[in-house]
Design a protein around this ligand. Structure first.
Ligand SMILES: C[S@@+](CC[C@H](N)C(=O)[O-])C[C@H]1O[C@@H](n2cnc3c(N)ncnc32)[C@H](O)[C@@H]1O
Length: 260
């Protein structure tokens, strides 16, 4: 099966999840509309000085994080493969009167020749696993970023996948699962989705090879989302998992700068 067919499978799967996610406590759209941020402590502590800067959010889902960066003064563009998600994001931009652009595109097909490159490229939690080719992904990141610009990602740690029974190392053929979604109201939604494993070294090296200088790589024993079975909230908003009595790495983040 070609990657285009897998992307189409994923688009259909993500389209089918959007309305359920929109209505969920997990995403708390009402709280967002009331003024809460959807951003979590890790990215808020690590991606600073966004105000007045042009920010590209890759795989923005229905735009809560994009719009939360916009509320902090960033001039945002969000991109996602799901037209249902992008429509919801545009509706939220209208409802909140935030001047934010949302584009429906597979990120591998995303190109902006009509605007200056972005000052920040951002992506978060559950994004990299939908991308088969990290070399191509890193080229998209760097081609959309101005020289000296900031790349920031915060992502679920691939060691979690290994301990959950999936590959740690990359494989040519993706894993295809039929699964419920992760929001508390998602037990009736079943989507067929294809994911690709990427070890931490492959992510870091793909960025280095396109001229992104890694300034900080962090690993966390907690997730800001209660999204995996067995998680325990030890401190407010920090969900831990243990393996044989030890904390598992659940999240990593990477801050880099385009040097070349
Ligand atoms: C888990 S969500 C993004 C996470 C985000 N932190 C959130 O929860 O709002 C993953 C997103 O990636 C998008 N996606 C998957 N494959 C994509 C691709 N090839 N190009 C663009 N977007 C893609 C999906 O439509 C989905 O909205």
């Amino acid at each position: 099966m070609s990657n285009d067919k897998y992307f189409e499978m994923n688009r259909v799967g993500w389209d089918s999840r959007v309305n359920t996610h929109f209505d969920s406590k997990f995403y708390d759209v009402d709280g967002f509309l009331a003024g809460n941020t959807s951003l979590r402590e890790i990215e808020l502590a690590e991606l600073l000085n966004v105000s007045g800067r042009r920010l590209l959010h890759l795989q923005c889902h229905f735009g809560l994080d994009t719009l939360s960066w916009a509320r902090k003064g960033a001039i945002c563009t969000g991109v996602d493969i799901s037209p249902v998600a992008i429509q919801k994001a545009r509706d939220l931009a209208t409802a909140t009167k935030l001047d934010t652009e949302f584009i429906c595109s597979d990120i591998y097909g995303f190109e902006r020749n009509d605007v200056e490159p972005f000052e920040i490229v951002f992506m978060s939690y559950g994004a990299i696993c939908w991308l088969p080719d990290l070399k191509k992904w890193a080229e998209i990141v760097t081609s959309n970023l101005e020289k000296g610009g900031t790349f920031y990602m915060v992502e679920f740690h691939p060691v979690y996948d290994l301990l959950a029974g999936y590959s740690y190392f990359s494989q040519d053929v993706p894993t295809v699962d039929e699964e419920n979604t992760y929001t508390e109201n998602g037990t009736d939604i079943v989507a067929k989705l294809a994911t690709w494993a990427h070890p931490l070294s492959s992510v870091v090296n793909a960025l280095i090879e396109v001229g992104i200088q890694v300034e900080k790589l962090s690993e966390y024993p907690y997730s800001p989302y209660n999204c995996f079975e067995g998680m325990v909230e030890r401190e407010p908003g920090r969900y831990y998992l243990t393996h044989r009595g030890h904390d598992m790495p659940i999240v990593y983040s990477l801050l880099g700068r385009k040097t070349a």
